[in-house]
Design a protein. Structure first.
Length: 299
């Protein structure tokens, strides 16, 4: 079987598109370590299930000035130099002069404390080491190929608790040194039916699909008892890993992760989330909310 401490999951995000925005900043950690971090927002127009979907996908980059052996880290200067190499739509005098870029990233789970809801929010982010120029022959796209262990498959419901016809699949993507990243994917139509019939909790599988980070403004009119209707609008966001294909079934034992080992990783993940929650509560006002610990079956 695969070793969670030694064998990372395959985790690949390929994004080719127009550089909408590039923000690179030099900073220093609390203990005085210099580092550079940046975010590239990449516009991708791709056809998904017969429809063109416009996305703006944020990709994170980070590098410390010095490596563990105290030698200079070349990635630091490379990331810093992107400001001179690439031109974003936001910074360009003419949008036609903006750069088309290509990046290979990994998806990571990001857990952080929100002062707005007084609790921990779990989301996904895309981390890359390098930003490259897109070659003319490269298609504009945002695709993923992710290996992981099926933690849960549930029907998606909307804000009113009604089923949408889609399914949410939680995968435990094992990272370096046994770091668990719980990533949510979306399946619908015939793909939803296939996974319901062929994937099971605890299976090690591979999923492929498209990255969607889209926004649209929805407008409607609210009728009044008297007079003209009031025009309303709101912005709806769609941030998801949309499955278009995957393994026919769980992998053979030699290419699978042990379920008990995954449970231990998730137990450690729960502990870290609780630590983030407590740190957030202590930083702000005390809270009496008592949430149960997360187990393998809670995903």
């Amino acid at each position: 079987m695969l070793d969670v401490k030694k064998d990372e999951c395959h985790n690949e995000i390929i994004i080719n598109g127009l550089l909408n925005e590039l923000d690179i900043v030099e900073s220093t950690t609390r203990d005085g370590k210099p580092y550079v971090h940046g975010t590239a927002k990449i516009q991708v127009d791709q056809e998904i299930d017969g429809k063109v979907v416009e996305s703006e996908i944020p990709v994170k980059m980070i590098a410390f000035r010095y490596k563990n052996d105290n030698t200079l880290n070349p990635r630091y200067d490379r990331i810093l130099g992107y400001k001179d190499i690439f031109t974003s739509v936001r910074a360009a005098d003419d949008a036609k002069s903006a750069s088309y870029v290509s990046v290979i990233a990994k998806v990571r789970e990001n857990n952080w404390y929100s002062d707005r809801i007084n609790d921990v929010i779990s989301s996904t982010q895309f981390l890359a080491s390098f930003l490259n120029k897109k070659r003319p022959e490269e298609e504009e796209l945002a695709v993923f190929k992710i290996q992981g262990v099926v933690a849960k498959m549930i029907d998606e419901v909307d804000k009113n608790g009604e089923e949408t016809g889609r399914m949410k699949i939680s995968l435990v993507v094992v990272g370096w040194g046994g770091t668990p990243n719980v990533v949510e994917l979306i399946a619908e139509g015939s793909r939803k039916t296939f996974f319901e019939n062929n994937w099971n909790q605890g299976d090690t599988v591979i999923a492929t699909g498209r990255v969607i980070y889209s926004y649209k403004v929805v407008e409607w009119e609210e009728e009044q008892g008297f007079g003209e209707p009031i025009k309303r609008h709101k912005t709806e966001s769609r941030r998801e890993l949309y499955i278009t294909g995957g393994s026919p079934c769980g992998a053979d034992e030699a290419l699978s992760y042990d379920a008990d080992s995954i449970k231990l990783l998730l137990k450690d993940r729960t502990k870290k989330i609780e630590e983030i929650r407590e740190m957030g509560k202590n930083k702000n006002k005390p809270s009496t909310t008592n949430r149960p610990s997360t187990t393998f079956d809670d995903f």
